[in-house]
Design a protein around this ligand. Structure first.
Ligand SMILES: CC(C)(COP(=O)(O)OP(=O)(O)OC[C@H]1O[C@@H](n2cnc3c(N)ncnc32)[C@H](O)[C@@H]1OP(=O)(O)O)[C@@H](O)C(=O)NCCC(=O)NCCS
Length: 281
C-alpha cells in the first residue's frame, strides 16, 4: 500500500540512495539544508513500509519551489511520482502559495505538465573541468561578501529572482562564507556569486549580477576553481553567460526546464548568470 509521510533526518540515507540512482550531485548537506528550510514540506513515499520516493517543497511567502522529486527506478510508472507531487501541492495550497516553480528534467517534465506547470525557459547545465584562465590576475573589484553585507545581497537577489528566498541564501552563505563573492559600485551591490560542493562537482551559482558584474564574478570563480570539476546552470537565452561557460572549458550536459504553476514571479533572466542549481532556482 502507498503511503506518504513527512521526511526526517533519519531518512537522509534513503534520499542519498535515490539521488545516487539518478546520478545527481547532491550531498547529505543538501538534504539536511532542505529539511531545515521546510521540515513539514519534505515528503517520503513508502510502499508496504519501504521508502520508494521523495519530494521537497520549500515556501518563500507566496512563492514555493519543489525539488528532489525522485522515485526508485524499480517503482516508476505506478503513480508514485504523481502521488508525491499532489501531496506537496496540497501542502502548498494550505500554506497560501500562489506560484510554485521547479526545474524539470526531461523525465519529470511530462508529469509536471499534467499537473498544470507551464514552461518558462530552459537552463543548460554545463559541466567539466575548468581550464586555466588566460589572464592569471585577479579581479580587484570582486571581494568576499562579509556576513554583515548578506542582507544587501539577499535584497538584491529578490529584485532579480522575484522571490524572497533569504532563508535559503542565509543557510547557503553560512556553510562557506569565504565562497560568497560580490561586486559593489558606490556602496551598492551589483552582483554576487556563491559556490557549494557536490559529490561529482562544485556547483557554481547562484550568480545574479548586472551585465558588468556578471563576467567579473564568473572570471573570479574561474581563477579560484581552475582545474576543478564544476557544474554551471545557465539560462539558454543568456547569450553572454552561455559563451562565457564555453570559454571556461565547460560543455553543455543536459537541459533543465524551468516551470511555474500559477502567476509568473517576474524573474529578470538577463541578470541571472547561473542558478543555484535545480533545487531552489
Ligand atoms: C520523474 C519521476 C519522478 C516520475 O515518477 P513516476 O512514479 O514514474 O511517475 P508516475 O508513475 O506517478 O507518473 C505520473 C504521470 O506522469 C506520466 N509520466 C511520468 N513519467 C513520464 C515520462 N518519462 N514520460 C511521459 N509521461 C510520464 C505518467 O504516464 C503518469 O500519467 P497519468 O497520470 O496520466 O497516468 C521518475 O521518473 C524519476 O524519479 N526520475 C528520475 C529523477 C528525475 O528526473 N526526477 C524529476 C526531477 S525534476
Amino acid at each position: 500500500m502507498l503511503r506518504i509521510r513527512t521526511m526526517t533526518d533519519a531518512d537522509v540515507p534513503l534520499g542519498m540512495a535515490l539521488k545516487q540512482q539518478a546520478n545527481w550531485n547532491q550531498l547529505e548537506a543538501d538534504w539536511r539544508r532542505m529539511l531545515a528550510l521546510e521540515p513539514d514540506g519534505c515528503f517520503l513515499a513508502e510502499i508496504d513500509g519501504v521508502g520508494v520516493g521523495t519530494t521537497v517543497a520549500c515556501t518563500f511567502g507566496e512563492v514555493a519551489w519543489i525539488a528532489m522529486v525522485l522515485v526508485d527506478e524499480r517503482m516508476r510508472g505506478q503513480g508514485v511520482g504523481k502521488a508525491l507531487m499532489l501531496h506537496a501541492l496540497e501542502f502548498l495550497d494550505q500554506r497560501g502559495v500562489r506560484s510554485t516553480r521547479l526545474d524539470a528534467t526531461p523525465l519529470g517534465q511530462p508529469l509536471y505538465a499534467k499537473l498544470g506547470f507551464e514552461v518558462e525557459y530552459t537552463l543548460v547545465r554545463h559541466a567539466g573541468e575548468l581550464t586555466a584562465p588566460n589572464d592569471a590576475h585577479g579581479e580587484p573589484s570582486v571581494r568576499i561578501a562579509p556576513a554583515p553585507t548578506w542582507d544587501d545581497l539577499i535584497a538584491f537577489d529578490t529584485t532579480i529572482n522575484g522571490t524572497p528566498r533569504g532563508k535559503f541564501l542565509r543557510l547557503l552563505f553560512a556553510e562557506d562564507p569565504a565562497a560568497v563573492r560580490c561586486v559593489a559600485e558606490n556602496g551598492r551591490i551589483t552582483g554576487y556569486l556563491a559556490v557549494r560542493p557536490g559529490c561529482h562537482a562544485l556547483q557554481l551559482g547562484p550568480c545574479l549580477a548586472s551585465p558588468e558584474a556578471g563576467p567579473l564574478l564568473l572570471a573570479d570563480a574561474w581563477r579560484r576553481y581552475a582545474g576543478q570539476r564544476v557544474l554551471l546552470d545557465v539560462p539558454e537565452q543568456h547569450g553572454e553567460a552561455m559563451a562565457l561557460a564555453r570559454r571556461m572549458g565547460l560543455q553543455p550536459q543536459r537541459p533543465l526546464v524551468r516551470m511555474c504553476r500559477g502567476p509568473s514571479v517576474g524573474e529578470d533572466v538577463q541578470r541571472l548568470w547561473a542558478s543555484s542549481g535545480p533545487e531552489l532556482g
